[in-house]
Design a protein around this ligand. Sequence first.
Ligand SMILES: Cc1cc2nc3c(=O)[nH]c(=O)nc-3n(C[C@H](O)[C@H](O)[C@H](O)COP(=O)(O)O)c2cc1C
Length: 640
Amino acid sequence: MADRWFASDNNAAAHPRVMEALARANEGHAVGYGDDPLTAAAEAKVGSLFGPGALVRFVLNGTGANVYAIGCFAGQGDAILCSDCAHILVDETGAPSAVLGAQLVPLETRDGKIVAASLRETIGSYDDMHKPRPAVLSLSQPTEVGTVYAPEKLAELTRLAHDAGLAVHVDGARLSNAAAALGLGPAEASGYRAADGSRGVDAVSFGGTKNGLMFGEAVVFSPAADLPDTARLRKTRLQLASKMRYIAAQFDEYARDGLWRDCALAANRRAAALAAGLVDRGYPPEYPVETNGVFVRLPPAVVETLRKKRFFYDWEGGAVRWMASWDTTDDDVAGMLADLDGALASAGLRVGGGAAGQPYGAGAGAGAEAVEPPEAAAEKAAALAEGRRLLRSNWDRVDALRSPESLGLPAPPFVRPAPDGAALVALPDPLASGLGAKAFADCQASRRSRRKYLPEPVSLEELSFMIWSCAGVKSIKNGNAFRVVPSGGCRHPLDLIIYARRVEGLAPGLYRHLATDRALALLRPASVVPGADPERNGCLSLDEELDAALSGQLWNSAAVFVWTAVPYRTEWRYTVAAAKTLLLDAGHACQALYGACEALGLGTCAQAAYDQQRLDEALGVDGIDEAAVYVASTGRVAAR
Ligand SMILES: Cc1cc2nc3c(=O)[nH]c(=O)nc-3n(C[C@H](O)[C@H](O)[C@H](O)COP(=O)(O)O)c2cc1C
């Protein structure tokens, strides 16, 4: 058994600088319980990482930090809202409930991150005398699966909680790793200083033990928080160290010259290298490797053999967890991967071939290293692994993660509603016009992607036929809206937004398709640009914005189809399997549009190469609860 391993960052030794700081503090007498100069200096130093007025209280351990911090805002009969995989929920022996008498309420997550809709719904459904009062939202940064919230997302969740009267706590046992990954300080990375300038989180458990300290954590309270007597409360929560100077000495060093960041960066880099090695071997990690944790599913025989050489923990759902620490070296990573290769070989599995026989990333061999620095290769490998992860079936996890449907929550509506007061345009009956009678075999034989559009418009009947071909609702039965295209579980998570540029009888603009009403709702009108050539891109006021959003692929089309995904519609039933199935749905829809265009003698071209943020912004969708996933331009083309 190797004497170094990846079981936990808690298993690593303390950093030598921390040991030296402890030795320096270990001289003479010092007043106890934190009334000594070193504690005052360390509190000020840690406080300065967060900003003026930050109140720093050192505590003994991580569970204590969380219970103490949360207990400043929640007590008996209250609810603590947290992610369904939060450490306080799954790994702290129920301490928050046992000590505080408050109930932990899990919220739905995606890649470990709380879904805003779930927070909103839970807050709403707990507005009931028979349920505990939601008192605190506890977020984890990074999450329990090592992923990192974007600061904007933290601000959004914090705002939602604050607006409902909840305090917000961040479990930052590995906050340094998240901050290093984001390239931010602990205040910004934890949401203590909110990205949107609104009120930040109220309390942060700022960890040290997992990142180079011997023991000890800090709880940082915001001056904006409504606080009880935090000094007395720390004692009643059994977290007041009498020999405080020893925690203070460690944090004093930790906050000096960015030691916290250096340790975290080292751990994050080695985790990325491990992830790259796994991808090379055809075993991409379960979650994006954004900090120092790697979760991966390996064949049981491989795990069994590897376990004889290395100590590590099983994770739920059949994965194993490997954690890199501040002291993990490149040799440790190479040794672990070599042991993995041995385990793969003894299980009769291919070694080093890569998932598709095309290895890439940090372990890609001398050729790749020569053209790409290892860090860039590791980053690329991690991003590729994230993409490949989506290709893998995860239906085995669907039953384990209770779906909103199984919890009795109502099904979301079939389509997103039109904005209040939006002008509605009824679409002509697509089948009444007799359009599209060309034989299927002929359509398939002539189909190609067509990008050169003529200036002549398409008719409203043709547009209606195209829309119907890929989004038409045929019947509504037993709570399902059956459409002309298939969809996993009949959930139909895709909506259509159309940029109509040249459609006879339809004013130019962006329209949302109301599938169950066979109508379009005007989202944004597009006016004619005075003096512009009416036959070219740029003739309409929205052209420039849409062309940029489509990465220069507006192509003077007559109408652009944008499929947006409303993931919750499928997540409601299939939770984690939703992302993949809705993309499969999108392929069906676009292929149907190709067929319709061939049948009508029109042209279309699928487009995946668009600018996500710009397009979502142009469409007025938030990119999270609804986001563009696929595009197709359409228009009249020269006769075949
Ligand atoms: C998922 C997908 C994404 C595509 N994205 C683009 C795109 O962004 N830009 C583009 O010009 N063509 C795009 N295409 C069209 C392909 O380039 C085209 O289908 C391919 O070259 C084969 O040509 P064909 O469709 O005429 O048979 C895309 C096609 C698919 C299926």
